[in-house]
Design a protein around this ligand. Structure first.
Ligand code: SF4
Length: 785
């Protein structure tokens, strides 16, 4: 690629200038756009089409400039509410990266030895179809494990799901839970019915609490919205063991021990309850705090518990006007607190049980657990309870990537619910998305799905290497960063036991280097795709702008060719554009309409607006007009979903799975808590080898406190080894006071082959409540080398 460092830095300065001069009102730009494409080509030869950046990030709308069949520039869509960051712009370099896979390859040496032979597509596809079919016929469809990376895109992942479904005649393999936001999603679903994103709403907040979240680098465009709010007088508190980039802009930085955040939140809940700072109207009218719980079972009381032939789906409150039980919507004077007798049953309100649950979490008690001074806990609680609207900006917080992450997220939602910050513009808990737009993303699996082949997303290494719950013999791996999987050395061990591995990718990454067949795939500019299910409320067409590089092919084409060879080609009878029309069919949008309009905001058209939102051109606020999609239709402090599944339904604190309290012997050996932080040059492991970005951060590092460094004779800039029983990484030490003693942090996102992959150290613990990632419940030791 013909871009010098000087040219790139010039581009970076131009971007910086644009960001610096943006008007605060710019956050509303683009709300409701459904306009003709208005970006003028630079010259007659230049063609511009729309695309969209990472599904796992902000879904920034991109304008893709093509001249003479070549991608020449990526620019912001002037009608969109955010502008692409340095990562999105580096996709230009990604496309023409010198290491891009040009042809299909087959392994000719030992697995992982790095000996490859170029083969034709014909040979590659025939080999894959024969091997996969043979293994399926010998050992069942669950012995072939299909998996896809989250960030590659929407259509390829849906096509893989369809392929796996048809291949297994319904038996679906893949992962359960996730490596990022499973706890966030599970707790939001249990409490509210679905996840919410308050990205644009931040501009209306008077208080933001960035809790384990660092949007200044993870969601760069959001930090502009945050900056706009701060300019208007909003206060910012960050709660993070690291003095992060976001903390550097905060009014207050709370340095907390990793994995103890729920204890601080429970202390705040206690203050809000004991000081009567809660919103009684919301508590009584919209939450299940007045619902009665059977003291003997700990379960919510149902109408059929107290009335013969009553409705099991109906919950019960205590009505003061009759001094007896009543249905919530029929009670004249429901009470929030009390213990009552109904026949032989002793019942108590959820509110009373919550008060009891948090009773021991005095600021002093929480201080002992969290390391946060008691007066700081009190100050944050009082500030949060008295400044409205207040948003807890948790994103996909590092604090939920712990062994009991779902209770952490529940504790944040409890805080928002208690203070009446739910259904309030500028309030709520911003978890940065995961919102479904009512599209047909799974593309109608041809067979009824049977998920017996799924394995926990964080347990890949253990399950592959130990043959759990049944022997997996083959892997079909699509665009996924192996270096994101915890306990990565165990994953490599599992790979080495496989009979056959296919990887379709852009580069010879960590998984590809262990494969039997490697297939070169088209980038998002070289095929068609759609974005409609993730981090924004927009529908985007990702139009094909250029022909695929060398012999690369689209994922859709590959699955179609393999399906033909495996005898189920009839389920792959459409072009990519036709599949996108199927995805969009419930919306009334089409490839053609999106091509003309650019991104479409979903509240702007009644057909797209499945919640019937009364849209007034302000950012949409959940739960003003929209219902809670829980069993009770209310905001559930006592999560009936968890009660049904056998999990503790009320917020609770559990110490991290690896900690002094829970694993004292391990702590003896490895006394430092490791947190894996994100950096601005990566989204997970995406962009890890983009030269422009690698100039900014060429090597990995570990950040440690002066106290911990001095105790180990380590100076700033020294090479050190960070290690535990799972692995070891050699990096440079960054020593300072921007991290609390007892904690070290390593940026996450390097590939294993780059040598700085922090995931080799990460805990692969998961809990069936959410099957989330516990990478921030990890103990390590550091020594000089
Ligand atoms: S990486 Fe994220 S913030 Fe940057 S351009 Fe892509 S979607 Fe936007």
């Amino acid at each position: 690629m013909g871009f010098s460092r000087r040219q790139f830095l010039g581009g970076g300065l131009a971007l910086g200038g644009a960001l610096a001069t943006g008007a605060p009102a710019s956050i509303l730009r683009g709300l409701g756009i459904a306009k003709e494409v208005n970006a003028a080509p630079v010259n007659d030869q230049e063609k511009i089409s729309y695309s969209c950046c990472n599904p796992e990030c902000n879904n920034c709308s991109l304008q893709v400039h093509v001249r003479n069949g070549k991608l020449v520039r990526i620019s912001p869509n002037p009608n969109y509410y955010t502008r692409p960051c340095l990562r999105g712009r580096s996709r230009l370099q990604w496309n023409y990266h010198p290491d891009r896979l040009k042809y299909p390859f087959k392994r000719v040496g030992e697995r992982g030895e790095g000996k490859w032979e170029r083969i034709s597509w014909e040979e590659a596809l025939d080999t894959i179809a024969t091997k996969l079919g043979q293994i399926r016929d010998e050992s069942g469809p669950e012995s072939v494990w299909f998996t896809a990376g989250a960030v590659m895109s929407v259509l390829p992942n849906s096509m893989q799901r369809r392929f796996a479904n048809a291949f297994g005649k319904g038996v679906m393999t893949g992962g359960i839970g996730s490596l990022c936001c499973a706890a966030q999603g599970e707790a939001s679903t249990a409490t509210q019915g679905y996840r919410t994103a308050g990205i644009e709403e931040k501009a209306y907040s008077k208080l933001l609490i960035a809790w384990g979240h660092n949007p200044a680098v993870t969601y760069i465009p959001h930090s502009r919205i945050m900056a706009d709010a701060l300019d208007k007088g909003c206060r910012l508190i960050t709660i993070d063991p690291r003095f992060s980039e976001t903390a550097s802009k905060a009014d207050k930085w709370i340095s907390i021990k990793p994995g103890t955040d729920t204890a601080m939140a429970m202390a705040m809940i206690r203050i809000i309850i004991e000081e009567n700072l809660y919103d009684e109207k919301f508590a009584l009218g919209r939450s299940n705090l007045p619902f009665l719980v059977n003291e003997a079972t700990g379960k919510l009381l149902r109408q059929d518990d107290v009335v013969a032939g009553g409705d099991h789906e109906a919950f019960v409150v205590w009505d003061q006007s009759t001094n007896g039980p009543a249905l919530p919507n029929e009670a004249v004077a429901p009470v929030l607190e009390g213990t009552f007798k109904i026949g032989d049953l002793t019942v108590r309100t959820v509110f009373a049980r919550l008060r009891e649950r948090v009773a021991k979490f005095t600021p002093e008690y929480a201080s002992e657990i969290t390391g946060v001074p008691a007066e700081d806990i009190s100050e944050v609680a009082y500030t949060y309870a008295t400044v409205k609207p207040a948003m807890i900006d948790s994103g996909m917080s590092g604090a939920q990537r712990t062994s009991s992450g779902a209770y952490f997220v529940q504790s944040l939602l409890n805080l928002a619910g208690l203070t009446g910050n739910i259904g309030l513009l500028g309030g709520g808990v911003n978890d940065t998305g995961g919102f479904s737009h009512g599209t047909n993303v799974a593309i109608n699996a041809p067979f009824k799905a049977d998920n017996k082949g799924v394995i926990p997303a964080t347990k890949v290494g253990e399950y592959l290497s130990e043959g759990k719950p049944y022997p997996i013999r083959a892997i079909y791996w699509q665009g996924k960063g192996m270096g994101q999987l915890p306990n990565t050395n165990k994953v490599v061990e599992g790979f080495k036991k496989m009979d056959f591995i296919v990887v379709q990718e852009h580069f010879f990454g960590d998984a590809a280097s262990l494969a039997d067949i490697v297939l070169p795939v088209a980038t998002l500019f070289e095929r068609y795709d759609v974005m409609c299910n993730s981090r924004s409320f927009y529908y985007h067409l990702m139009d094909k702008a250029i022909e695929p590089f060398m012999e690369a092919q689209s994922d859709g084409w590959i699955y179609t060719e393999l399906a033909k060879r495996l005898g189920f080609g009839e389920y792959f009878d459409k072009t990519e554009e036709e599949w996108i029309d199927v995805v969009l069919e419930q919306t009334g949008l089409t490839v053609e309409s999106l091509r003309k309009s650019g991104p479409v905001y979903q509240w702007s058209d009644p057909k797209l607006n499945k919640y019937g939102v009364k849209w007034d051109k302000k950012p949409f606020t959940f739960f003003v007009d929209t219902p809670f999609k829980t069993a009770s239709g209310r905001f559930e402090f006592h999560a009936s979903r968890w009660e049904d599944k056998g999990f503790e339904p009320l917020v609770n604190y559990f110490p991290p799975e690896e900690s002094k309290e829970t694993a004292p012997e391990l702590y003896e050996k490895y006394p430092l808590s490791l947190v894996a932080n994100k950096i601005r040059t990566k989204v997970h492991s995406t962009y890890a080898i983009m030269p422009w970005l690698s100039e900014i951060y060429p090597k990995g590092w570990v950040t440690m406190s002066t106290v911990d460094a001095e105790a180990r004779g380590i100076k700033d800039g020294d090479m050190v080894e960070v290690f535990n029983d799972r692995g070891s990484v050699k990096v440079t030490a960054h020593v300072g006071n921007g991290i609390r003693p007892g904690v070290v942090s390593m940026p996450n996102g390097w590939w294993m082959q780059q040598g700085y992959c922090s995931s080799v150290l990460s805990n692969d613990y998961t809990h069936p409540q959410a099957y989330g990632h516990a990478l921030n419940s990890t103990l390590v030791q550091v020594k000089g080398v």
